[in-house]
Write a protein that binds this ligand. Structure first.
Ligand SMILES: [Zn+2]
Length: 713
């Protein structure tokens, strides 16, 4: 261990003389307690900075482990909280490069560094003297005068160490570390393969007639993509969700819909260099072996132990309770669509590439609601102001734009706001990176560049929201879909969860909560988009400036549970496959076959494909994060639906008392309390399944019991 340390340190010092002035390593300077040095950062600094920061942390950890003083909270747990400051700073910038500035050079750093970061983590967890100290502090935590937060942090450290193998014998530890390094390499390769298929494949449309049915904005977007790819005058459907879904929704040409659909659902499944099937088989076997080494029945049992669900059985029970009514609803949806196709004389049977297209027609017939009617009112910048208004009304937060010269950003499109609490005190910064560009991963997400904490001085959080809207021409408003607007509010919910944090230690701060709890605050805030307060003030027509008409809002409300069969089955089939793959144990698995046979056994409707098929399931195979954890969105939504009813049962969406309980027991507490306890303190009881079924428009079962309460310690 000491020898390994010396080698790392020496290599850094000799090979990278510039490491001492590497801006990624230095404490952040500037206003707001320092901000990320995006103006000085370069890709070439990432690897030496990661290496130096890892070496620094290992040296700190070694000092803590070798401390001659008897172990206590301060010299062990609190000391660990500050042992990796430099690495946290470097990883904040590395994360931005990985997710938003990704190119060949960054990918090379990922391939090199991800296995080494995994080995580095194991080195800390497997440090026996360190673990002995953590264990001592843990065993005496209830009688050594610690605050409840300190006790929970100690429990968290101990649990994380044990779960990562701190109690194994040396041979098992060695094997575990080999597995983790191999997995880290496979995760990187998996994600890069999906990205390669997304970047390299496309459907080129040569004739304008082939665009029939597509709204003007979709055509313009496809023309822009074509131009960017050297195909000016043509149209390109890129192999990404944001390009594919509008095409499948609107394009009249059925053969082109099928072509686009096949391209998209076969990402990572095309044979050749970017095929992910063999990688999945190996990942599953390694995960199963790791779980057995750690003393768990399967990877799923290991992963769920520290979640709110606690066991695969409880997660499966929830999924199965929703699956059957969702499939029944799909049968109804398909019948409605088939009726329209038959009436039109289309002479077809509804296939997966028809679902979105005919669903849109059903929506028009049944609800007289046309998505293109809504879009002119969905101006990105107005909706952003609407989110600020929501944060002000619910939590008393004020957002003020930061002068661009004061805070460096990594791309000119990124803007920064400072955020104050109701007393006018600064609580953090919010970075907003709204537009798609090459090298930025698809989808939308939030992350924290710095967590709130105050045990070593009052540190303000820095959070960011990222999405992939198509940037309009200068001066033109950016119009987004209703779904995108919901996503915008969702990610902002994560940001507010981070900004609300009011804890002492960074490891239990903000969104660092159980995986199946973290989506609850974000999903909940989606609900405020459709409130009259937000729509009347902020959903303004981009040409007339007039607010969205009440009839249209009412129609949106009536259509709220429309197509929930599709949405639920599309999502839940992925969640079930994820869980079943990880319950299958260590047998060699052929992913395509497993997927096919498992879906058949589940009674998967043939008209729908999984939202993420196994060979492209980044949530599950580009990292450990959501492995045996994709069910989390449904678990969280059970809480979300129930929590929203807390508002509607009281004074409505803006009820001050409910909002205060939400802030006090959910948004501000991070992981300082058990999530089940936090929820109960907010709601006065556990959440049952009834609200979730109402939200999705499914029949409420007569025995809609709450998931049994569970304690994590
Ligand atoms: Zn989310």
């Amino acid at each position: 261990m000491a020898a390994a340390l010396a080698t790392v340190g020496a290599a850094v010092a000799v090979e990278n003389p510039s490491v001492t002035d590497n801006p990624l390593l230095a404490p952040w300077s500037g206003p707001y307690g320092g901000v990320p040095p995006f103006d000085k950062a370069r890709t070439g600094q990432l690897q030496p900075a990661l290496e130096a920061a890892m070496a620094e942390e290992l040296a700190n950890v070694e000092r803590i482990a070798a401390d001659p003083a008897a172990p206590d909270f301060e010299n062990t747990i609190a000391a660990m909280e500050r042992a990796g400051r430099a690495l946290e700073r470097v990883e904040a910038v590395y994360g931005v490069y990985s997710s938003t500035l990704n190119d060949d050079a960054v990918q090379a750093v990922e391939r090199e560094m991800e296995p080494r970061l995994a080995a580095f983590q194991d080195q800390i967890v497997q440090n026996e003297r360190l673990f002995a100290r953590v264990e001592t502090v843990y065993e005496s935590r209830e009688r050594s005068g610690l605050t409840p937060e300190q006790q929970r942090l100690t429990w968290l450290y101990y649990t994380n160490f044990v779960r990562a193998g701190a109690k194994l014998d040396p041979q098992a530890k060695k094997r575990l570390s080999e597995i983790n390094q191999r997995l880290a390499g496979l995760y990187t390769k998996f994600g890069q393969n999906v990205l390669a298929d997304e970047n390299d494949q496309q459907v080129v449309i040569e004739k304008e007639a082939d665009l029939a049915g597509l709204p003007e904005a979709v055509r313009a977007g496809e023309a822009q993509v074509a131009e960017a790819r050297g195909l000016a005058g043509k149209w390109v459907v890129a192999n990404t969700r944001s390009s594919v879904e509008p095409f499948l929704t609107y394009a009249d040409r059925r053969d082109l819909r099928e072509q686009v659909w096949r391209m998209f659902v076969n990402r990572g499944d095309n044979g050749g260099a970017t095929d992910n099937n063999a990688i999945i088989t190996e990942i599953l076997q390694l995960r199963a072996e790791r779980a057995r080494l750690l003393g768990y029945e399967t990877h799923a049992h290991w992963r769920l132990e520290n979640s709110m669900a606690k066991t695969p059985d409880r997660a499966m029970a929830l999924m199965e309770a929703v699956w059957t009514p969702a499939v029944a609803r799909v049968r109804e949806e398909v019948a409605d669509m088939q009726a329209i196709a038959d009436k039109e004389g289309a002479g077809i049977r509804i296939e997966p590439w028809d679902y979105r297209y005919y669903a849109e027609k059903v929506r028009k017939v049944r609800y007289d609601l046309d998505e293109t009617e809504i879009t002119p009112y969905m101006q990105l910048e107005n909706l952003r102001e609407g989110m600020f208004h929501m944060a002000q009304q619910l939590f008393g937060f004020h957002f003020r734009p930061v002068d661009p010269s004061k805070v460096p950003v990594y791309h000119p499109d990124v803007r920064v706001w400072e955020v104050d609490d109701p007393q006018g005190r600064l609580i953090g910064l919010w970075y907003f990176d709204p537009y798609a560009r090459k090298g930025k991963r698809s989808g939308a997400w939030m992350n924290a560049y710095r967590s709130q904490e105050r045990f070593d001085g009052d540190v303000k959080t820095i959070v960011s929201n990222n999405s992939n809207f198509v940037k309009g021409k200068p001066g033109e408003p950016v119009l987004i879909s209703w779904k995108d607007a919901e996503t915008l509010f969702h990610e902002f919910g994560h940001a507010l969860h981070g900004l609300s944090s009011n804890v002492t230690y960074p490891s239990v701060s903000g969104t660092r909560v159980a995986r199946d709890y973290v989506e609850f605050p974000s999903q909940l805030l989606e609900h405020w988009l459709s409130t009259p307060e937000i729509l009347d003030r902020y959903a303004l027509n981009y040409q007339t400036g007039k607010p969205i008409p009440k009839e249209l809002v009412d129609k949106i409300g009536r259509a709220e549970t429309f197509n929930q069969g599709f949405d639920t089955v599309e999502y839940l089939s992925s969640a079930l496959i994820d869980m079943k793959l990880h319950l299958a144990g260590g047998q060699p698995i052929d992913p395509d076959r497993f997927e096919r046979e498992t879906l058949a056994a589940l009674g998967m409707p043939s008209e729908i494909v999984m939202r993420h098929r196994t060979p492209q399931f980044n949530h599950v195979f580009a990292g450990d994060g959501y492995s045996a954890g994709y069910y989390s969105y449904l678990w969280s939504d059970t809480l979300t639906a129930d929590a929203w009813e807390a508002f509607t049962e009281a004074g409505g969406p803006w009820d001050k008392a409910v909002a205060k309980r939400l802030s006090d027991h959910v948004f501000s507490v991070g992981n300082t309390v058990d999530p089940a306890d936090g929820y109960r303190a907010f709601r006065g009881r556990d959440a049952g399944i009834a609200a979730l079924m109402r939200k999705r428009g499914f029949p409420v079962p007569s025995q809609a019991a709450a998931p049994a309460p569970a304690k994590s310690h």
